[in-house]
Design a protein around this ligand. Structure first.
Ligand SMILES: [Zn+2]
Ligand SMILES: [Zn+2]
Length: 224
């Protein structure tokens, strides 16, 4: 698809030294059984090893914390099987306690819906990483980490907000394996070069991300 990529999409600097192939989105999103059965050919981008490594722990947290919410879909139930297996290992103890603790604080709504708490900062960090990777894939442009952005989480089975339905629902799916991970986006140059993205995780969980174009010169973008 591209000429040779010579910058790291995470830091924007020239690639040199040891280079990682980073999966966009995370390889961990694909359960072992799904990888085995469907042998998906996953997209990767080259990064500095150190840039990629700095996300490792938050990526583990992301999958452990959110996958339980997606049990019931084909890909969500499969990933949960992987996680429950892994949870039995002693080295998983720390993350287990953390994630189980988040469940203990559940608020159960009258219609039996469950609100699970999670560490929003870590989750947003990973969603932003994925957004930046996909933006690079789609446009060939670097999206700086400090670009102002707005996230919206839509609970499982909750109706998406009007802006989502209006802008995104009719635009084409772009995920390679949409049952595991799907995304759509629109560019709205008439609104400050606004970019609006929607992502679907394990066929259950929707998150939207809104941000201005990296070339935007509005006050907010000039002084992030
Ligand atoms: Zn880098
Ligand atoms: Zn702006």
């Amino acid at each position: 698809m591209e000429n040779k990529i010579d910058i790291c999409y995470l830091c924007g600097k020239k690639l040199k030294g040891n280079i990682d192939d980073d999966h966009v989105p995370l390889k961990q999103f694909y359960a072992k059984s799904i990888r085995k059965m469907h042998n998906p050919n996953l997209f990767t981008l080259p990064t500095h090893i150190s840039c990629n490594n700095s996300y490792q722990m938050d990526e583990d947290y992301f999958v452990h914390s959110l996958a339980p919410l997606t049990i019931g879909s084909y890909s969500g139930s499969s990933i949960w099987k992987d996680i429950s297996k892994r949870m039995k290992r002693p080295e998983s103890k720390k993350i287990n306690i953390m994630v189980l603790g988040e469940f203990n604080q559940n608020i159960i709504l009258p219609d039996n819906k469950i609100i699970k708490r999670f560490n929003g900062k870590r989750i947003r960090r990973i969603i932003w990483k994925i957004t930046r990777g996909l933006f690079f894939k789609e446009t060939g442009r670097f999206l700086p980490e400090n670009t102002p952005r707005l996230f919206k989480f839509i609970s499982v089975d909750e109706k998406p907000p009007p802006e989502f339905l209006y802008y995104i629902s009719t635009s084409p799916s772009r995920g390679q394996y949409p049952g595991v991970f799907d995304y759509k986006y629109v560019d709205l140059p008439e609104y400050n070069n606004f970019h609006y993205w929607g992502m679907l995780f394990w066929d259950k969980l929707i998150v939207t991300v809104a941000f201005h174009d990296p070339s935007c010169l509005c006050d907010k973008c000039k002084n992030p």
